[in-house]
Design a protein around this ligand. Structure first.
Ligand SMILES: Nc1ncnc2c1ncn2[C@@H]1O[C@H](COP(=O)(O)OP(=O)(O)O)[C@@H](O)[C@H]1O
Ligand SMILES: O=P(O)(O)OC[C@H](O)CO
Length: 498
């Protein structure tokens, strides 16, 4: 009897496999980090082969920890860091080049040229996205134009493009697919038809045959099956696929219009369910599919994307060696009472929402000889909270919805200082669910729904419960003053790259 669903979460920092029971509780989990490759300033790459071998290892270990075999797993769902672009040879299975990560800014020139050719508005109307280095389309163009032989291979039909979901599903099943949520982040998909857009493909000079077919996020027709010689050592349907932020929205059971969640991982992403209506943002947010379950209409969301959240903690750990482990930042931040007048704008990949300024770069301002390591830690965490406030302001302005509480998840929500400060800066309660691994849970839900492991979304809602809520303190002058200073600090990063 198959009593479990497996989820593979291929994130920016790490890959993990989690196994869930019918109550939506994790019964096993394993996670491994992979290398972050920075070949030049602004460039970020991953080795897709390393990611696949880490994925195989986390699957095997998660299954072994609880002594499960393939017959115990009813279905598999995949979720992934979005936009990260890999192109591989379908005959050898080898990537032609490292995966270009969503944070990478090398396509700045390509984006500027596209801006001249077609203008921002036309693309935004079709895809819901501003023209920015963040998205996959220009990254594919870069690979086609800069890696020897790839364009010819793509024209011959030998080169396949995928975001990391496609890469993992292809490795698991040999099938070349993606889902609507991931496809939309290429900037090549028409939001309304949920199909590749020929006009944009022509504009970016991308051959259609290298693209995966676009499928529902939860697909009763299943994408494919695992094989006995793969990491699951058996045949299991793979039938759930969602970009990680959309998966977290599903995992948090935000199925009603006006429900929102914020996920604090490498970056930070708030999504607000807007139902089957496509709402175009006037305040710097993205419009994106939230999920598509089987034959039901696509549900859309407004999204506020922040490029750097947990990544700033990683940077303090790996590059400055200020801490040894990510969780140590909390004690370090607690060692000081406040930010000491210091503001840290981590615009390492330019600024995403609501600014969309690819030519911004990071800045630390307000420093005096008074500041200590503790203030660095504090300012880094505060930056995450202020950026989220900017997103919430934009979301409320766009939707007219006044949020009563914010559901949060992701690796950083273990940080109590950050969560308390977040509630303070937003002025609304912040709620962490019992299962903070909402991303993996959402992928499991998508797969489980497809095979009727869960009958409907109401069953999933019953699984959701609160672990902890942080309440804002009384409105005070310091909150307003700090946020004003943050806004001032952000302007110091604009137009840094000439
Ligand atoms: N206690 C903590 N305080 C602050 N940041 C943390 C803490 N624990 C983990 N992080 C950060 O959270 C991120 C990992 O979260 P996760 O949701 O696994 O990310 P991803 O899905 O992007 O790989 C890392 O960037 C790490 O620096
Ligand atoms: O790896 P995460 O969780 O920070 O998510 C990355 C996003 O999907 C990028 O769009």
């Amino acid at each position: 009897m198959a009593n479990y669903i497996a989820a593979i979460d291929q994130g920016t920092t790490s890959s993990r496999c989690m196994i869930f029971n019918h109550a939506g509780e994790p019964v096993s989990s394993h996670q491994l980090e992979h290398e972050q490759i920075y070949p030049k300033p602004g460039w970020v790459e991953h080795d897709a082969v390393e990611i696949w071998s880490r994925t195989e290892e986390v699957i095997r270990t998660a299954m072994k920890k609880v002594e499960l075999s393939a017959t115990d797993i009813a279905a598999i769902g995949v979720t992934n860091q979005r936009e990260t672009t890999v192109v591989w040879d379908k005959k050898t299975g080898q990537p032609y080049y490292n995966a270009i990560v969503w944070q990478d800014t090398r396509t700045d020139r390509i984006c500027n040229e596209l801006m001249g050719d077609v203008g921002q508005d036309r693309l935004r109307e079709k895809t819901g996205l501003p023209l920015a280095t963040y998205f996959s389309g220009p990254k594919i163009s870069w690979i086609l134009d800069n890696v020897a032989g790839v364009r010819q291979a793509a024209e011959r039909g030998d080169a396949l493009f995928g975001t990391m979901d496609s890469w993992i599903i292809w490795k698991l099943t040999g099938v070349h697919v993606t889902d609507v949520t991931n496809a939309s982040r290429t900037m090549l998909m028409d939001l309304e038809s949920c199909d590749w857009d020929d006009e944009i493909l022509e504009l970016m000079n991308i051959p259609r045959q290298m693209l995966p077919s676009i499928r529902p996020s939860s697909d009763p027709e299943i994408y494919g099956e695992t094989s006995t010689d793969g990491p699951f050592s058996g045949v299991i349907p793979v039938c759930g696929d969602l970009g990680d932020q959309q998966a977290a929205t599903v995992g948090q059971t935000c199925f009603d219009i006006g429900e929102a969640k914020n996920t604090y991982g490498t970056g930070c992403f708030m999504l607000l369910n807007t139902g089957t209506e496509i709402v175009q943002s006037k305040n710097g947010l993205l419009t994106t599919p939230c999920y598509k379950f089987g034959n039901e209409p696509t549900v859309y969301a407004l999204e506020g994307s922040i490029a750097i959240a947990g990544a700033v903690v990683q940077w303090l750990r790996d590059q400055l060696q200020l801490i040894e482990h990510a969780e140590e930042i909390e004690a370090l931040a607690f060692s000081v009472e406040d930010n000491g007048g210091m503001y840290f704008v981590p615009a390492f990949s330019g600024l995403f929402a609501p600014y969309w300024k690819s030519n911004a770069r990071g800045a630390i301002v307000g420093m005096t000889r008074y500041v200590t390591r503790g203030h660095f830690a504090r300012a880094a965490l505060e930056a995450v909270a202020y950026q989220t406030r900017e997103i919430l302001d934009a979301m409320e302005a766009d939707s007219g919805v006044k949020l009563q509480a914010l559901k949060v998840d992701g690796g950083m929500v273990a940080n109590e200082l950050l969560m308390q400060y977040q509630a303070h800066v937003l002025g609304v309660p912040v709620t962490r669910p019992k299962v903070a691994e909402s991303t993996a849970l959402g992928a499991a839900y998508a797969a489980g729904l497809a095979v009727e492991f869960w009958k409907n979304t109401a069953e999933m809602r019953q699984n959701w419960g609160i672990d902890k809520t942080w309440h804002p303190s009384e409105e005070d002058t310091a909150r307003t003053a700090n946020y004003r200073m943050w806004k001032k600090a952000v302007t110091r990063t604009f137009d840094w790259i000439e």
